[in-house]
Every structure is written in structure tokens, then in C-alpha cells.
Design a protein around this ligand. Structure first.
Ligand SMILES: [Zn+2]
Length: 414
């Protein structure tokens, strides 16, 4: 008769003999913060039966410095080549947190009490050469001064390990906003989205305002974008940070002085949330589509949630139509204020045209949802094709000549 311990040993032997379906190795990011230095010290440790043969990082030499490794590491300008050997390998470097987006306006900052930065800047882009089917399983942890904590859009295990999973890549690299330090944070599940609002300690009322605002509005946005990330981080801080909103994967930054709804009935917070929801960027001439949809759904969401009245909504649209009339050609790499204003009006026309062609069965929501599902680059041609598929006909409101201000004058009648 087998005793219990022997049974357990047998079971363990059986489990061990089952071949793993996909080979994995562990990638562990350990980030140490020293506010006196102003840098973050990063260690990337790989461990497993088999490791990738080569990792080539595309660094910013101004921000990623002092690379060392237990194995070979080669630095050539903006390229760092790391060749792990055996079953363990470590790479170390320093990350300079402070970064100015415009003179005196930071989009990444470390103070004595906190640091705000993008994880995808902390860990630079990397090209990995590995055996077929070999994938990483990544975690991240912070080594912080007393009373400091860390927040990100990633779920955390009981022992404070962030689980970094990028399903689109074989090598997991952390993405999006992170905030570490003496923090105040509030978290709530809104329509199934675990929403975390965090800022440096102090200013508690504002965090509650933001959560209430999201409670009102996020469900309406989720109605259009059901594939919205299941976890959302909103971080906020004041000067000398960039005085606006900046979106990133599953997270966004909003300057502490930005109102939730501005005088002209738009909302930077909702605008950035649409960017998070859609995850799209323009080809060389289609930024107006990205910005137009973000601004359209910012106002539209407020309208649907009752955050602004019918009359205020109409006024906002009239103001945008007036402002946008100075934008003759929408096609440009970076959408100006007037271009975005006109783009909102175009989106409104597209919505009306689809509703009319489908007798109210479809709308711009279906187009936006489809673009958000695809993510990545958008172009006028993709928008036209998506809208046509939904409406059943090509849309007049998406005619290139009209959008680019090249409508030919009508030919003189003979
Ligand atoms: Zn935008």
C-alpha cells in the first residue's frame, strides 16, 4: 500500500514528466528608486532552462546609462546588445527620469517624494533573438524608500509583484504610466473596469471628483468600446508637469489643474480615455481621424451621460464648426486645434450619413468600435472602407477631395 507522502512523490514525478507545451523563461524587472540621485536603477534578470541568445535595446543615450551585465553587453550609440549565457543573466542600467516635453514642462519627473514616468520609457524598445516558441513570463517589483508605494495598470500579486503580460509580444516589456512615491490613491470597479486614480499625497477631494466623473461617464464610453482595458490607471500631478493630458496603454496622465469639463464643454479626461480605448495612430496624414474621434466621443459621452444639456451640446458643436472652418485641408501629420475641430464636424456628418443609409440601424459607434478592435495605424482609406462596410455604400462625407480642400470648381456650363 502506498503511504500518502509516497503518493505525493509519485504525483510530482508524473507532473514533472509531462512536457511543457511552450518553453518559457522568467524575466524579472527590479527597479530601485533613490530620490537623492534622481535616477531609477533597473535590473533585468532572466532565468530559465533556455534563455534568448540576444537582446538588442534601442535606447535614448541621454536617459539610459551605465549598462553592465553578468554577461557580454555592447553599447554602440543608441543600440545596446546583451547576450545572456547559461540559465541566469542580469542586466543593469540607470534611467534618468526627468524629461521636458517643452521648455520647463515635464512629461516625466522625479522629486524628493515621488516619481512619475512611462514604463515604456523606463524599459526601452527591444528586439529579441530566441529559439522558436520560447516566451518570457515577466514580473516587476520596486525597491522603494520607506512610505513609498507604486501604482501601475498591471495587476499585483500578494507579494507586490506586478505581472507584466504583453500578449502581442514574445518578450514582455512594461507599458504605460507608473507613479511611485508617497501617494494618495482611490480605486473602484466601474462597469467591470478596475479604475485607479492616483496622485502624489494631498489633494484628496480631486481624486474623489475624478472617480465620480468616471462613474458617470465611463459606462457610456464602454458602450461604444466594449474591449476597453479591464484595468485603468489615471495619474495626476501639478506643475512643473505638462499642462494637459497624455494617454498611454491602459493609463493616462492629467495635469492637476485641468478641469474635468472645460468652459467650451470638452473634457481632456474623456478625450484621453478615448485614446486609451482606441489605441490607434494616424498614418502620415490621418492624425485628424485619431484626434477627431477622441474629441467627438469626449463631447458625445458627456451628452449621452447627461453631463451637458442638449443646448450646451448644440452650442459646443456650433463653436467647433466655426473654429474648424479655417481648416481647409485635414490631411496633416499633426492635427492642429482648428483641424481637430473640423474633424469633429466631419465625424458628426459621418454619423448622420450612416444612420440615414442604414435607417438608424448603425452609426459612427460601429465604425469606431471596429477601428478600436483592430488598433494600430489608421488611414482615410481604412476609415472609408470600414464605414462603407457598415453603411453598405461609400460615404459622401468621407470624400478625399472635400476633406483635403481640393474640391474642383464645377465645370462651366457650355
Ligand atoms: Zn488627443
Amino acid at each position: 500500500m502506498l503511504t500518502m507522502p509516497r503518493l505525493a512523490v509519485l504525483a510530482a514525478m508524473l507532473i514533472a514528466s509531462v512536457p511543457a507545451l511552450a518553453a518559457t523563461y522568467d524575466a524579472h524587472y527590479r527597479v530601485e528608486a533613490d530620490p537623492a540621485v534622481g535616477n531609477l536603477r533597473v535590473e533585468l534578470k532572466l532565468s530559465g532552462e533556455q534563455l534568448p541568445g540576444k537582446l538588442v535595446f534601442s535606447i535614448d543615450p541621454q536617459r539610459h546609462r551605465n549598462f553592465t551585465s553578468t554577461d557580454s553587453v555592447e553599447i554602440q550609440g543608441a543600440s545596446v546588445t546583451w547576450r545572456p549565457r547559461g540559465k541566469y543573466s542580469r542586466l543593469h542600467y540607470d534611467f534618468v527620469v526627468n524629461h521636458e516635453r517643452a521648455p520647463g514642462r515635464f512629461d516625466s519627473l522625479m522629486t524628493q517624494d515621488w516619481a512619475l514616468f512611462r514604463a515604456d520609457k523606463l524599459v526601452p524598445r527591444v528586439r529579441v533573438t530566441a529559439a522558436r516558441g520560447l516566451e518570457s513570463r515577466a514580473t516587476m517589483e520596486f525597491q522603494l524608500p520607506a512610505q513609498w508605494t507604486a501604482v501601475s495598470a498591471y495587476p499585483t500579486t500578494s507579494d507586490e509583484l506586478m505581472q507584466i503580460d504583453d500578449p502581442e509580444r514574445r518578450f514582455d516589456r512594461p507599458l504605460g504610466w507608473m507613479l511611485i512615491g508617497k501617494l494618495g490613491k482611490r480605486s473602484e470597479s466601474i462597469g467591470g473596469v478596475q479604475t485607479i486614480v492616483a496622485a502624489p499625497a494631498g489633494d484628496n477631494a480631486r481624486r474623489q471628483d475624478m472617480l465620480s466623473f468616471l462613474n458617470w461617464n465611463l459606462p457610456h464610453l464602454l458602450g461604444v468600446f466594449p474591449e476597453f482595458p479591464r484595468r485603468l490607471l489615471v495619474v495626476s500631478a501639478g506643475d512643473p508637469l505638462w499642462r494637459g493630458g497624455l494617454s498611454a496603454p491602459a493609463s493616462l496622465f492629467l495635469h492637476a489643474s485641468r478641469p474635468l469639463i472645460s468652459e467650451n464643454r470638452t473634457s481632456t479626461l474623456l478625450h484621453e480615455l478615448v485614446h486609451v480605448a482606441m489605441g490607434i495612430h494616424g498614418d502620415g496624414e490621418s492624425d485628424w481621424i485619431v484626434e477627431g474621434l477622441a474629441e467627438y466621443y469626449s463631447i458625445e459621452t458627456l451628452h449621452r451621460s447627461g453631463g451637458i444639456s442638449e443646448q450646451r451640446y448644440t452650442e459646443a458643436m456650433e463653436r467647433l464648426a466655426k473654429w474648424g472652418s479655417s481648416s481647409i485641408n485635414l490631411m496633416s501629420e499633426k492635427s492642429s486645434g482648428a483641424t481637430t475641430a473640423r474633424a469633429v464636424i466631419v465625424m458628426r456628418e459621418v454619423d448622420a450619413e450612416i444612420r440615414s443609409l442604414t435607417r438608424g440601424k448603425a452609426s459612427l459607434d460601429d465604425v469606431a468600435r471596429e477601428l478600436a478592435r483592430r488598433r494600430g495605424e489608421v488611414s482615410l482609406e481604412l476609415l472609408q472602407a470600414t464605414a462603407q462596410k457598415i453603411a453598405g455604400n461609400p460615404l459622401k462625407s468621407l470624400d478625399r477631395a472635400t476633406l483635403s480642400g481640393q474640391t474642383a470648381k464645377p465645370a462651366p456650363t457650355p
